[in-house]
Design a protein around this ligand. Structure first.
Ligand code: ADP
Ligand code: MG
Length: 325
């Protein structure tokens, strides 16, 4: 497999009055062609900032201060705004939690989709419309030839997200960055959309980064997971292996707080305490103050421990297989 996206030593900081928020502070990962990576962590861990950094969408007071972002070997950090605009929506598409980040309320779906196609390709309006209808059908919108004439507000939240997904798929991107695309939807619709997306990316060979705060969601869609805490990836590896036997106590904590994975009637084990402010991180392991296994050694910066085939954890005391709550 060849690397589609390589992120090396990425640091994105926000220079605020309260201090420097190190939202992303040394993130490394490689995504291969056609691979789906789940990027997981509690709210505020730096998942969105990581995705936005890749697309060059960080606005002041934020800035990518260090690192490399290589898309098919091309450095995006230093790419011109024109080049980034050409890549965005065509080779790299983004799906947001709120579909109205993609959709314009005052335009018919048809207009928006046709314009998106024409912005990147020289095809006739008729051909563009036909493709838009085809893609709407593929994301589960029935009677797309009629409904393409509707405005976004005539659709439910789930349907609007399907339209946003259809727009992301219009140019058969090599990479989709999906930032909590189903978080705002009810569980049934969420499940439908996840399985449809899984099928679509598998069919088209599209690589995807699926951002979620919910490991259970990621388990169904991702080949690999990267777990983020306080601006860093603290555990990475094959999805099944990591979720089956986490190496990092934080990953274990996230798993123990998922309702469907806990014995009915048993109390949920929420991770105690709160995610730290990335303006003033503790020395050593950032998770230590909340970690049930923390020891003296955790006061020092945690090493990268190889914990199995293709997996590692940033932890001085990684859990071994069979160690559970
Ligand atoms: P999430 O993992 O929930 O997607 P984000 O990537 O959105 O988290 O944010 C990570 C952290 O980055 C936040 O907790 C905050 O400290 C900081 N941050 C993000 N956006 C801004 C901003 N516009 N100004 C200041 N700090 C920000
Ligand atoms: Mg986010």
């Amino acid at each position: 497999m060849t690397a589609l996206l390589e992120v090396k030593g990425l640091k994105t900081h926000f220079f605020t009055r309260a201090g420097v928020a190190k939202a992303v502070d040394g993130v490394d990962f490689t995504l291969n062609e056609g691979e789906v990576m789940g990027l997981v962590g509690e709210s505020g861990s730096g998942k969105s900032v990581t995705s936005f950094s890749i697309l060059g969408l960080i606005d002041p007071p934020g800035r990518v201060v260090e690192g490399e972002i290589l898309f098919r070997g091309e450095e995006l950090r230093t790419a011109s705004e024109a080049r980034l605009r050409a890549l965005r929506g065509k080779d790299i598409a983004m799906i947001f939690q709120d579909p109205m980040m993609t959709l314009t309320p005052v335009l018919r779906i048809e207009t928006q989709m046709v314009e998106t196609i024409l912005a990147h390709e020289k095809v006739s309006k008729k051909a563009a419309r036909a493709r838009a209808i085809d893609v709407l059908g593929r994301v589960g919108i029935s009677a797309p030839e009629t409904r393409i004439g509707a405005y976004p507000h005539q659709f439910s939240g789930g349907m609007r997200q399907r339209v946003a997904i259809a727009i992301a798929l219009l140019h058969q991107p090599a990479l989709i960055l999906a930032d909590e695309p189903t978080t705002a939807l009810d569980v049934t619709i969420q499940g439908q959309i996840i399985s449809e997306m899984q099928k679509l990316v598998a069919e088209t060979g599209t690589a995807m980064i699926w951002v979620s705060h919910d490991l259970a969601v990621v388990e169904t869609i991702a080949d690999r997971v990267a777990v983020m805490y306080a601006g860093r990836i603290v555990e990475s590896g094959p999805a099944g292996a990591v979720i089956g036997a986490p190496s990092h106590p934080y990953t274990e904590g996230l798993l123990n707080s998922i309702p469907s994975r806990t014995t009915p009637g048993r109390k949920l084990n929420q991770i105690p305490g709160m995610a730290p402010s990335v303006v003033s991180l503790p020395e050593g392991c950032a998770f230590a103050p909340r970690c049930r296994y923390a020891a003296e050694i955790c006061r020092a910066a945690p090493p990268l421990a190889a914990t199995g085939p293709g997996r590692w954890a940033r932890c001085a005391l990684p859990l071994r297989e069979g160690v559970t709550a």
